[in-house]
Design a protein around this ligand. Structure first.
Ligand code: NAD
Length: 257
């Protein structure tokens, strides 16, 4: 792929930057010239991403965060602003999947955990990031939702609830700041080949591939391309959009092949 963006002089924050989609997005922002704040609960992994960026000549620092903790998110954003002088782009991406069981079998503890890490986290990030971007005159935010934020799925009910929530939160926030220079969109990945999917049992993984018209998992780099496009001026009239980048997964449909 030969598409390039010029984010020289800009600062990008990526949560979940230690692994998978966040790792790929952090590297892509750095390749485009941005200073990158890599944030994660996994300090060793986050520092590896920073090292990868620096080895390629980019600028990056690690910021520890538990995105399920509002105070921790506030500290992270304040530290990023102190280090880099502001914030232009944020990819609110950290997330977990939880159980794979029918709806009534999810424990209430797992309900709270998934809602905290996958949905409340995005709310906390928006609350901390938006004032900083307003002070700078604008910015762009991409929240990682999921194909599971657009359609149904077996044994994923709580995850589905959280990711549909991310899409709703994205749409509402996008409207509130559309005329204030901040665009807010959601990325809805299909099944992507990251440790997130790697942990799943093989039959489940195979079913995910079967449900994907392109007959393959996506690559983290394919998500990064979409995130950078959504943050770029090429998407200057795009806000509140939930962009499926999914090999056709959300098309669903009937018939046999
Ligand atoms: P991953 O497991 O490779 O990366 C997730 C990262 O989030 C990890 O580095 C992890 O340490 C971090 N994280 C988890 N909990 C955290 C917390 N409380 N605070 C801070 N960081 C935390 O997974 P991935 O596939 O790269 O997933 C990234 C996002 O994409 C998630 O929101 C996930 O729901 C979403 N997603 C993934 C897929 C897929 O198939 N891989 C599909 C749809 C959506």
């Amino acid at each position: 792929m030969n598409i390039s963006f010029d984010f020289g002089g800009k600062t990008a924050l990526v949560t979940g930057g230690a692994s998978g989609i966040g790792h790929a997005t952090a590297l892509a922002f750095a390749r485009a010239g941005a200073q990158v704040a890599v944030a994660d609960i996994d300090e060793a992994g986050g520092r590896r991403t920073v090292a990868d960026i620096r080895a390629a000549g980019g600028i990056a620092d690690f910021f520890p965060v538990d995105v399920a903790d509002e105070a921790s998110v506030g500290t992270m954003v304040a530290d990023v602003v102190a280090r880099f002088g502001g914030l232009d782009f944020a990819h609110n991406n950290a997330g977990i999947e939880g159980d794979n069981v029918p709806a009534a079998e999810w424990s209430s503890a797992n309900w709270r955990r998934i809602i905290d890490v996958d949905l409340s986290s995005v709310f906390y990030c928006l609350k901390a990031e938006i004032p900083v971007m307003l002070a700078r005159g604008g910015g762009a935010i991409v929240n990682t939702a999921s194909a599971a934020g657009l359609i149904g799925g077996f044994n994923l009910s709580v995850y589905l609830a959280a990711k549909h929530g991310v899409v709703g939160l994205t749409k509402g926030a996008a409207m509130d700041y559309a005329n204030k220079g901040i665009r807010i969109n959601a990325l809805c990945p299909g099944p992507i080949d990251t440790p997130f999917i790697g942990q799943l049992p093989k039959p489940f993984r195979d079913r995910l591939i079967f449900g994907t018209p392109m007959d393959r998992l996506g690559a983290a780099e394919e998500m990064a391309s979409a995130v950078l496009w959504l943050c770029s001026d090429a998407a200057s009239y795009v806000t509140g959009h939930a962009l499926a980048v999914d090999g056709g997964t959300v098309l669903g449909g009937i018939g046999t092949r």
